[in-house]
Design a protein around this ligand. Structure first.
Ligand code: MIC
Ligand code: SF4
Length: 635
């Protein structure tokens, strides 16, 4: 067996673990973060569960850090109090980005982790099967329910040889993205093997598994070998180590080989993580802003390399350089060994240990800027500046470019030998343990508004095609997130006025005026974030179905969990037969859900288009009841 199959087998609750079949797996650990967490905990409360049933659940506060009004602080107080009341650990603001901290302090090889954040697969760097999901799925898992998923195919990504100087783990995942594209991982787990693995440290592996989310993959995983043991030992957790490997004769559904010695520094160009070019082709392009950090590239090793490049030099006059360490552990270690002072002396603007600019929460660059970031997403307008061009690169590329002021390849760069620490600095005093806070009250700010609940499916669905979208519509298009909107993550009515505003500012008003309708889209609809808001807000606006060429995994689940039909064209060419404003009708919807086929009547054009619903019996039942909470309540 391969490693993925082994972990699935050890956690299988129901179903036949054959690719394409729905299976249910036991979840050992969960994580939430604050921008999806308020909604997840409201849903968790709605399930009526007492204490969590997992081995470890952690609520992180790391996204909505800008406190420009009382709203975010109110939501933080809710999360902290509701989590502690239900047996959930809390990682306080300032302690770091959920994925980095979870890897450092909680992740365990061979365990399953479900997180209400699409970059939860970071845990695959230490041999976990770590999966991102919508808040509702995580809420149910906290209550002891298994997680349902389509049993993935397993792709063997064989890493051969060793990276050259200046070429990094970021370039490995950018290469995989170039090879497979942003929809190439849907329904698949990327399992890394090969002699190249042993040269990669756990944080480097975590960079690769983290950004595997951009492939649309279910998750990515590395073996838990000696490097994983050393990492856990250095984190004072050697007892959490279990060796995890694929069998020598393991078989895979697909196989890709990457020769690490052949790799060059790469960049993802605007506006997609899959739009890859060699850095050498972009060399010389003037840069206005450089942001180093995010859950992809903010480890101790990453920032030590950045500090070494910057030491004794000054950031170019035209560049604003920010550095956000991934965790307080990283920040404190850099402070103690002087690397932080080197970065500050060079002119870096040091931000707190949080997502920050990665989610458009501050540091929006100037109009038309070129911004080089070590992050994982450069979707249109995610930076908060629609006219900015964001390029995703490695910390090394970012650091050398910060000094020259133009995109510069770090190939062949000479750095001092930076080693993984034998012992990380451990201080868990910002992690609150529920046992220390028995009987606390749950604090609810005024910003918490009831979330919309789906209604049982009707026989006939009617409405207009309210909008017609192209391919690769991201959740950042559907439900934009920026410094102004993040504070309203627990207020769906407020957010509804911004739904799809990155595509068409008038969409929300049109949907409200017409009392809902249909969204029509191309392929890979809903790629990116796990934010359930991208389903809850359309639900609030009365969207009955999204009709697309194909869907991204987490978003499709979020739609179904909230009772919205994700329907695909049987013939992708029929996409051309629907225009915005066409009057659409689906008759006999209940039977349609049952047998998975629908006839969409386009009344305006006088034609009928066949559609398909691709899901299992459990999800069909959920859609008929009007969403997951309704079907759980009925049970
Ligand atoms: C992201 O990177 O897009 C986010 C912000 O972390 C999201 C979660 C959210 O929208 O709150 C994600 O990755 O799931
Ligand atoms: Fe935070 Fe960015 Fe990572 Fe999302 S991708 S968890 S916003 S750092």
């Amino acid at each position: 067996m391969n490693l993925t199959q082994k972990i699935i087998k050890a956690h299988l609750v129901s179903g036949n673990p054959i690719p394409g079949e729905e299976i249910a797996i036991r979840i050992d650990q969960t994580l939430t973060q604050d921008s999806t967490g308020t909604m997840a905990y409201l849903q968790f409360e709605a399930t009526g569960t007492g204490k969590v049933k997992t081995e470890r659940s952690v609520a992180y506060i790391d996204h909505n850090m800008l406190q420009a009004s009382q709203l975010n602080a109110d939501d933080h107080a809710y999360i902290q109090s509701v989590a502690l009341a239900h047996g959930i650990y809390v990682s306080k603001p300032g302690n770091g980005i959920c994925h980095q901290v979870h890897l450092e302090r909680f992740g365990k090889p061979g365990k399953t982790l479900l997180g209400s954040d699409s970059h939860t697969p970071t845990g695959g760097g230490i041999g976990m099967l770590a999966i991102g999901a919508g808040g509702l799925d995580v809420a149910l898992a906290m209550g002891g329910a298994p997680f349902y998923l389509v049993c993935p195919k397993v792709v063997n990504v064989e890493l051969r040889g060793r990276l050259n100087k200046g070429v990094t783990a970021k370039d490995i995942i950018l290469k995989v993205l170039e090879t497979l594209t942003t929809a190439g991982g849907v329904g698949k787990v990327m399992e890394y093997t090969g002699d190249g693995v042993k040269y990669l440290t756990v944080p480097e592996r975590a960079t690769v598994t983290n950004m595997g989310a951009e492939l649309g993959a279910t998750t990515s995983v590395f073996p838990a070998d000696e490097k994983a043991r050393e990492f856990l030992k250095a984190q004072g957790r050697e007892e959490d180590y279990t060796p995890m490997y694929a069998d020598a004769d393991a078989t895979y559904d697909e196989h890709i080989v990457i020769d690490l010695a052949e790799l060059k520094p790469l960049a993802a160009c605007p506006h997609s993580p899959g739009n890859i070019k060699p850095v050498s082709e972009l060399a010389g392009k003037k840069v206005d802003q450089i942001c180093i950090g995010s859950c992809t590239n903010s480890s101790y090793l990453d920032l030590m390399k950045v500090a070494a490049v910057l030491k004794g030099k000054t950031v170019a006059p035209g560049v604003s350089l920010t550095v956000s360490p991934g965790s307080r552990q990283v920040l404190t270690m850099l402070a103690e060994n002087g690397a932080l002072a080197d970065m500050i002396a060079a002119g870096a603007r040091v931000l707190e240990c949080a997502c920050g600019p990665c989610i458009g929460n501050g540091q929006s660059p100037k109009q038309g800027a070129v911004s080089l970031r070590t992050f994982n997403r450069n979707f249109y307008n995610r930076s908060g500046t629609p006219s900015a061009d964001v390029y995703l690169v490695s910390p090394e590329t970012a650091a050398v470019s910060a000094l020259t002021g133009v995109i510069t390849s770090p190939e062949g760069i000479k750095l001092p030998d930076i080693k993984m620490p034998k012992k990380f600095l451990i201080n868990d005093n910002l992690i609150l343990k529920p046992e220390d806070f028995e009987g606390g009250e749950i604090v609810r700010g005024d910003n918490i508004k009831p979330f919309p609940k789906g209604k049982a499916l009707g026989e006939t669905l009617t409405g207009e095609a309210l909008i017609k979208l192209g391919d690769d519509i991201t959740t950042d298009h559907i439900m934009p997130s920026n410094a102004a909107l993040l504070a309203y993550r627990s207020n769906i009515p407020y957010l509804s006025d911004y739904c799809l505003s990155n595509c068409d500012k008038d969409f929300p008003a049109r949907a409200k005026e017409l009392g809902g309708g249909f969204i029509v889209a191309g392929s890979n609809y809903g790629q990116g974030s796990s934010r359930e808001h991208a389903a809850l807000v359309p639900l609030y606006l009365g969207i009955k179905a999204v009709i697309a060429k194909s869907f991204a995994r987490i978003h499709k689940d979020n739609l179904m969990n909230n009772g919205i039909l994700p329907l695909v064209f049987v013939d992708a060419g029929d996409y051309d037969k629907i225009e915005q404003g066409d009057k659409l009708r689906i008759d006999d919807a209940l039977n349609g859900v049952d047998n998975g086929t629908f006839a969409l009547v386009n009344e305006t054009k006088g034609i009928t288009v066949p559609l398909r619903l691709e899901c299992g019996a459990r999800q069909k039942n959920m859609l008929i009841c009007g969403g997951s909470l309704n079907s759980v309540a009925r049970k």
